[in-house]
Design a protein around this ligand. Structure first.
Ligand SMILES: [Zn+2]
Length: 167
């Protein structure tokens, strides 16, 4: 059966302002949702998508990276399913670059993000994974992680730079 493409929530919808619930069951429902998110992201030509963007307020997102016109130096990276993520530590340095969002149509905003982050998350089997991300993948991770906190680029662009990433 073909995997269903889901509708993407747009700013103004409550689901984008809610704090996502932790995932506790690593079951076939979760796998199915991740597959739907994957095809939805690809169809929309996104480089990441978070569960709240498809109206599911749970702590899961997909991060991807590939060179684009706007980010020609972005590394190519297999899309990765990230569940219950935490940013453990981060660099002092932040870099500002423009970001778009599938939930914020026709807008690109300059956003400061940590250049390097150490993260922990779970995969679809519930295994704990620790990773260091730098540059563009670190930016994607922080963007998607914000969605799980109920924050879009509209709010983030208004925030003082150091007042970041409260769990
Ligand atoms: Zn987004």
């Amino acid at each position: 059966m073909k995997t269903e493409i889901l509708e993407i929530a747009q700013v103004g919808e409550t689901v984008l302002t809610q704090k996502a619930k932790l995932v506790t069951e690593f079951n076939s429902e979760l796998l199915k949702l991740s597959e739907q998110m994957m095809v939805t992201m690809v169809a929309a030509e996104g480089l990441g998508i978070a569960a709240p963007q498809v109206h599911q307020s749970i702590s899961m997102f997909i991060m991807a990276s590939r060179p684009t016109l706007r980010y020609p130096n972005a590394p190519t990276m297999e899309p990765t399913v990230v569940i219950n993520p935490t940013i453990l530590t981060h660099s002092e340095t932040m870099l500002v670059d423009e970001e778009g969002c599938l939930s914020v149509a026709n807008k690109r905003l300059p956003i400061a993000r940590y250049d390097e982050i150490n993260v922990q998350y779970q995969d679809l089997q519930g295994r704990v994974i620790k990773q260091t991300l730098t540059g563009f993948p670190a930016r994607v991770f922080q963007h998607e992680h914000d969605h799980l906190l109920g924050i879009t680029v509209l709010e983030r662009s208004q925030m003082p730079e150091q007042n970041f990433i409260e769990q």
